[in-house]
Write a protein that binds this ligand. Structure first.
Ligand code: NAD
Length: 255
């Protein structure tokens, strides 16, 4: 496997768009794709952070709220690599789950990826080459309690990704999901702090006994480990890999 940290430059001349690229996994993807030679557009709600990440790689920042379908039309359509990564979480029992949070999560994590795939495919088809990478989750493959909106959205993203793989195949476009377990990012750090407070236990206990309870490998995934798989899917060795979901989960889904 070509590692995500090599600098072979096979994405030179390619343009990439990473949603949620200002933080965590998205930021790591921006760095990995830029290191491979791509010009990278960073789309995020968080303006200053998006601009900082874009500046680090000589890329272009777009400050957008992907919950707004019209915002998608302000993003570039002529991209060769699309990484649908922006996401958020809300934790509540199903019978108390706030409908507005459920709907927001579907808009950001399902409708926006759909609109972006729809928007970017004509350019990819015209060039006979394209890479769509959807950052799903182990929750695109399995359920956990209290994550109704997130689990629903990630399962939907897995479906969208497969349809894009089937339709894109004759045009040289692949579409895949990368499905991490718990990754050390601000999103997960917030969950660790909330659970530590709620249960009155140390943060290290939350990590070992709650988050990694089912994981045979007892350490959080790092964002650059996820980005390395994303980068590999965009590289020359992965041209025949499409329509799949790659868990990066320390064995969580095997257990
Ligand atoms: P993060 O909170 O560090 O980054 C998410 C980014 O998305 C932020 O920069 C945020 O501003 C942006 N974003 C959120 N809502 C947006 C909106 N409406 N419009 C534009 N941008 C928006 O989170 P992360 O952990 O890096 O998560 C990135 C992706 O990886 C998400 O799709 C998440 O579901 C997925 N994921 C994360 C983990 C994990 O453990 N961290 C595990 C599996 C999957």
């Amino acid at each position: 496997m070509t590692s995500g940290t090599d600098h072979k430059g096979d994405l030179r001349g390619r343009t990439a768009l990473v949603t949620g690229g200002a933080s965590g996994i998205g930021r790591a993807c921006v760095l990995a794709l830029a290191a491979a030679g791509a010009e990278v557009h960073v789309a995020d709600l968080a303006g200053p952070a998006a601009e900082q990440v874009a500046a680090e790689v000589g890329g272009i920042a777009h400050v957008v709220d992907l919950a707004d379908p019209a915002a998608v039309n302000t993003l570039p359509a002529e991209v060769d690599v699309l990484v649908n990564n922006a996401g958020l979480q809300h934790v509540a029992p199903l019978h108390e789950f706030p409908p507005d949070r459920f709907e927001l999560i579907q808009r950001v994590m399902v409708t926006a990826p759909f609109l972006l795939v729809r928007r970017c495919l004509p350019h990819m088809y015209a060039g006979g080459w394209g890479r769509i990478v959807n950052i799903s989750s182990v929750h695109g493959l399995r359920a956990s309690a209290f994550k109704a909106a997130y689990v629903t959205a990630k399962h939907a993203l897995e479906g969208l990704s497969k349809v894009a793989a089937v339709e894109g195949a004759p045009h040289g476009v692949t579409s895949n999901c990368v499905s991490p377990g718990y990754v050390r990012t601000p999103l997960v750090q917030a969950q660790i702090e909330a659970q530590s407070l709620a249960h009155g236990v140390a943060e290290t206990e939350v990590v070992d006994q709650v988050l990694l309870d089912r994981s045979p490998i007892k350490r959080l995934v790092e964002a650059d480990e996820v980005a390395a798989i994303v980068r590999w899917l965009c590289g020359p060795h992965a041209a025949n890999v499409t329509g799949i979901s790659i868990p990066v989960d320390g064995g969580w889904t095997a257990n």
